[in-house]
Design a protein around this ligand. Structure first.
Ligand code: HEC
Ligand code: HEC
Length: 379
């Protein structure tokens, strides 16, 4: 990834202290000595570049360190229709690169024409997430990947059958051996490879990133738009704000927190409460990253808004007083004693401009993320 400063981190040590790494290394040496007849993946320290301005708080599980062979395998599996019951769908059917890994639909179509309950999410900068799905019910990418494969309304195949199918090909057993040390394909390795590929889906080259890194000079209007998006309004102090950064803050444009953003007076989808069982979580969803948001319409967990303009109109004048409506939204207004956000038309246009600054055309064209089964990549 050229064009911006990155920190090169040996992936294994990224979440481990050197001490743990060292003792584990010794252990692995012992294990290796005991199993020297089995071919193992190369032991060189693999490096993995992440954009400096996203920070170090990312998640690589200690039992699934990044390995280039596994990433390459994960990319193939992501585009592999053998992973669906009737071999018509792959992950990429609902997560298309050109649409920043969404499908352009309010609800996605699984096998046999089934419709999903929610809108497909963009797959971006997942390395920094600590939960997955709109309601955060998956704790890791490894556990997440199992869900669409086995869901009868999505890909509809048991993970054991998936492993058997891949085992029966000429293509896959050698690739699993290179990535995980054995030709015997284990369900766990399918999920690990998919997770590793997904961790490489980093979008950090939008105009916004170029501005942050000082590579391009922001116009006055762009700076105004960035500030407006990030600022919580305080009318008494004459401080105007769009209030978006309260939940979509940081360079990742998400704080990974759960909120009810006032879509419905009585939320149809229980959201976070399905995970926690708590009444106060009813209707809350994870505030998603807004990166590449101009490419991922329609919007919200049920795709109710077709345009970003409609999204802004919602936050500005159509907030519903739901039981768990977020206080950060309830008390956000640009007018003393105001009842709504009360942005001017010009300010709405500025926030739209900000949202468009988040489009990263290199991400959606990056050959490392594209379908490996079409020319010129075909194995
Ligand atoms: C039939 C369409 C469909 C298919 C096929 C599909 N997904 Fe999804 N994906 C979705 C939907 C819908 C959601 C949101 C579901 C929810 O929140 O309940 C989602 C959410 C996700 C998320 C969560 C992202 C986040 O930010 O939390 C990840 C990761 C993901 N999918 C990866 C995959 C992988 C890997 C595969 C293949 C094994 C796959 N998906 C196959 C529709 C699909
Ligand atoms: C109190 C927290 C909060 C604030 C403040 C907030 N959002 Fe959101 N936003 C959310 C949550 C939660 C969702 C997902 C809701 C759902 O789908 O049910 C969301 C969804 C969105 C989406 C749709 C994302 C997608 O992938 O479909 C957009 C666009 C968006 N917000 C933009 C904004 C903008 C612009 C502002 C400022 C005007 C803003 N948000 C303020 C919490 C917030």
């Amino acid at each position: 990834m050229k064009g911006y400063t990155t920190q090169e981190v040996p992936s294994f040590y990224a979440t481990q202290s050197y001490f743990v790494g060292l003792s584990l290394g010794l252990w692995m040496g012992v294990v290796y000595a005991c199993t020297y007849k089995t071919a193992l993946p190369s032991k060189k320290a693999d490096t993995f570049a992440t954009p400096t301005h996203f920070g170090n708080l990312y998640n690589i599980p200690a039992d699934n360190p990044m390995h280039p062979e596994a990433v390459a395998l994960g990319r193939m599996l992501f585009y592999e229709p053998l992973l669906s019951g009737d071999t018509t769908l792959s992950c990429a059917s609902c997560h298309e690169q050109a649409r920043a890994f969404t499908d352009g639909q309010a609800f996605s179509r699984g096998i046999k024409g089934h419709l999903s309950d929610r809108s497909a999410m963009s797959l971006v900068n997942l390395l920094w997430n600590n939960s997955f799905f709109w309601d955060g019910r998956a704790k890791s990418l490894e556990t997440q990947a199992l869900v669409p494969i086995q869901n009868p309304r999505e890909m509809g195949l048991s993970i054991q059958d998936a492993a058997l199918r891949l085992q029966a090909t000429a293509l896959y057993p050698p690739l699993f051996r290179k990535a995980f040390g054995s030709r015997q394909i284990r369900p766990e390795h399918i999920l690990k490879a998919l997770a590793q590929f997904e961790r490489t889906l980093i979008s950090a080259n939008s105009r916004y990133d170029q501005i942050v890194r000082g590579e391009v000079q922001a116009s006055e209007r762009e700076l105004r738009a960035i500030n407006l998006f990030m600022t919580h309004p305080v009318p008494e102090a004459n401080l105007r704000g769009g209030n978006c950064g309260d939940c979509h803050g940081s360079h990742l444009t998400t704080l990974h927190t759960f909120h009810d953003n006032g879509l419905e007076a009585q939320p149809q989808d229980e959201g976070r409460a399905l995970v926690t069982g708590q009444a106060y979580d009813k209707g809350k969803m994870r505030a998603p990253s807004l990166r590449n948001i101009a490419l991922t319409a329609p919007y919200m967990h049920d795709g109710r808004f077709k345009t970003l303009r409609e999204v802004l109109d919602h936050y500005n004048e159509h907030i519903q007083a739901s039981p768990n409506l977020d206080p950060l939204i309830m008390e956000a207004t640009n007018e003393p004693e105001g009842q709504s956000l009360a942005l001017t038309e010009e300010e709405k246009e500025d926030i739209l401009l900000f949202l468009h600054l988040l489009t990263d055309s290199t991400f959606i064209q990056d050959p490392r993320f594209s379908n490996p089964f079409v020319a010129p990549n075909r194995p």
